[in-house]
Design a protein around this ligand. Structure first.
Ligand code: ADP
Length: 364
């Protein structure tokens, strides 16, 4: 009797398409174990992405999915996360202690890349992941302000390495902590890449599930060098729906594809305007540009964020929307984007580079 019930349950659950990975339960990005106990059936779901906040909704949705099944015992779900390291560009070694490095990039400045990056980092932390953010936007470092850390300086315990600063539960490092932000930075390409490499490798990040890198905007030599040299597991491209921004986003996408960094998806920012008095939604920059771009390159559209003055105001005060208004619709949109990025990453190949010994061929 129980064997039969288990098989029926197994079949039904294997049809469930997980939100965020787009794959069925038990396929890449999640695993499923069903156990018959004296007091009922236990379905244990392990996700490859963090879901502390989202687990209760997921359990509800799974229960609904199993409605109508004729089970002899009550069914219970347990959801937990196990975040693995994913592969980086071949020839590069993942950074010690950092499971996954996600680059947040845009084809041009001012599209809201840094705002998306910080909210993404904070949303992943709220789901229970250990998260850091590296502000690589060397020409206009905005993370110190966005995280309310302006004017703070990192300490160095040994005169060599830097302790990252912390805000709202995430670790942060930025060139903005080290230089006076009233001084304009006229850095040349090679200096930028070596400064960023140093910030990345000389920071005492500890163990992180995700390090979010807020990339410098654009698709020039600096960005190309970074995307080749920094061991990245995946990239998120931020764009607005305007034609001109989309053309630049296209270049960004192609740059990552060229260096074999998987694009986890596209975020359409300032997607539509919500009138603060009547709630009317208007597509002031055109309609569904991000969707078209996602279709054209066969990458996911991770989500859309409205043009909303509160987003700028909250971020300027050092408490990005995910922190300032965690239960609002905009925070929810950022959270879904963060989970979709982490989910799509989880559904990709694991990193096996640690498992192989280094093989050296000696002549002689
Ligand atoms: P980038 O990193 O692409 O240069 P920023 O994240 O610094 O862009 O954002 C540019 C400006 O737009 C900032 O003042 C920010 O607060 C604001 N902003 C970003 N996203 C939104 C949004 N969805 N609605 C309203 N303002 C936004």
């Amino acid at each position: 009797m129980t064997q039969e019930a288990l098989a029926v349950l197994q079949k039904r659950l294997a049809e469930y398409v997980l939100p965020y990975t787009g794959k069925r339960l038990g396929e890449e990005g999640s695993s499923l174990e069903i156990e018959a106990r004296d007091d009922g059936l236990l379905a244990r779901v392990t996700l490859g992405f963090p879901a502390a906040r989202t687990a209760a909704d997921l359990v509800e949705s799974l229960q609904r999915h199993c409605d109508g099944l004729d089970l002899p015992l009550p069914l219970r779900f347990e959801v937990e996360s196990s975040i693995r390291s994913h592969s980086v560009q071949s020839g590069l070694k993942p950074l010690d202690g950092i499971s996954n490095l996600i680059a947040v990039a845009s084809g041009k400045g001012g599209v809201g890349k840094s705002t998306v990056a910080v909210n993404l980092a904070l949303a992943l932390a709220a789901e229970g992941a250990s998260v850091g953010i590296l502000d690589a936007d060397i020409y206009g470092p905005s993370q110190p302000r966005m995280l309310g850390l302006q004017g703070e300086r990192p300490v160095t315990p040994d005169g060599k390495k830097l302790e990252p600063l912390e805000a709202h539960g995430i670790k942060a490092m930025s060139i903005g902590f080290l230089v006076d932000d009233s001084q304009p930075m006229a850095w040349r390409g090679p200096m930028v890449t070596s400064a960023l490499n140093q910030l990345l490798t000389d920071t005492l990040w500890g163990d992180l599930d995700y390090l979010i890198v807020d990339m410098p905007p654009g698709t020039g030599d600096i960005q190309l060098t970074l995307s080749q040299r920094v061991p990245v597991s995946g990239a998120v491209i931020v764009t607005t729906p305007q034609d001109i921004a989309l053309a630049d986003a296209r270049k960004g996408l192609e740059m990552f594809q060229k260096v074999n960094v998987p694009v986890l998806g596209i975020v359409e920012n300032m997607s539509f305007h919500v009138c603060s008095s009547c709630g009317h939604e208007e597509a002031i920059f055109g309609e569904a540009g991000g969707t078209k771009l996602a279709e054209e390159y066969d990458v996911p559209l991770l989500g859309a964020i409205p043009l909303d003055a509160r987003i700028g105001a909250q971020t300027d005060r050092g408490a990005p929307t995910v922190i300032a208004e965690p239960d609002g619709a905009v925070a929810d949109a950022y959270r879904r984007i963060a989970l979709a990025a982490a989910g799509h990453l989880a559904a990709m190949g694991k990193d096996y580079s640690h498992a192989f010994p280094t093989i050296t061929v000696e002549e002689g």
